[in-house]
Design a protein around this ligand. Structure first.
Ligand SMILES: C[S@@+](CC[C@H](N)C(=O)[O-])C[C@H]1O[C@@H](n2cnc3c(N)ncnc32)[C@H](O)[C@@H]1O
Length: 204
């Protein structure tokens, strides 16, 4: 378990538990990029969130490494997302796998229009020091998206993408009709990435 996992869990758990506790009993919740808990893998954050939940909810887990059975769906973040009819769609630490802003925006619009509420987190790349500036980059020519919500960060930063469909800003989202309601933004003290947990609204 990495140290950043602990920092993320410390920040996210009680907030997400609170959101789940507020839902009406028997609400349907889709967890994206979350293996079914019976696999007993990659569930540190999930367990930490659920330890604070005392609500009876109906959970479905979407993950590339899931088998198909009731409540467990095999899903690829790179596909067109067909996820609808949920009271809450919750995607934690999964969008970093996406490699196209355009595809992601189109998927976000689609699920916002088909589900009651949608919550995701967006994580920057690692910062590099370049001529006295901190610049967010994806190393080793990684093609995965580079969220850069600098209005929410403390200080001045730049971003240096590897391709022109990589950076995603609040302006990109707003221009496409998506509204972001910031729930919390924090910077981890180890890799120095910024994380933004937010409600995503809009779409057509
Ligand atoms: C960093 S873990 C996050 C797990 C959990 N959501 C959390 O925050 O603790 C990333 C998850 O994405 C899944 N995954 C990897 N590639 C994927 C893909 N192409 N589509 C969907 N899920 C994928 C992995 O199996 C893993 O469960």
């Amino acid at each position: 378990m990495g140290m950043t996992d602990h920092q993320v869990a410390e920040r996210y758990s009680s907030v997400v538990s609170g959101i789940l506790n507020e839902l009406p009993i028997a609400s349907r919740v889709a967890w994206l990029g979350q293996k079914h808990p019976s696999m007993a893998q990659d569930k540190f954050l999930y367990d930490s969130i659920m330890s604070g939940v005392n609500n009876d909810l109906n959970h479905t887990f979407y993950d590339l490494n899931n088998k198909e059975f009731e409540g467990s769906v095999k899903w690829d973040v790179h596909s067109g997302w067909n996820i609808d009819g949920y009271d809450l769609v919750l995607g934690l630490r999964v969008l970093y796998l996406c490699d196209s802003r355009k595809k992601l925006i189109s998927n976000l619009k689609k699920i916002c229009s088909k589900n009651d509420s949608v919550i995701f987190d967006f994580m920057t790349g690692n910062p590099m020091q370049m001529e006295n500036k901190e610049v967010f980059v994806k190393k080793n020519n990684s093609q995965t998206i580079l969220p850069f919500f600098d209005e929410l960060y403390e200080g001045a930063y730049e971003v240096d993408p590897n391709h022109d469909d990589q950076v995603i800003t609040l302006q990109h989202l707003n221009k496409s009709g998506i509204e972001i309601r910031n729930i919390l933004t924090f910077r981890d003290s180890i890799k120095k990435r910024y994380y933004t947990l937010c409600e995503v609204k809009g779409g057509s």
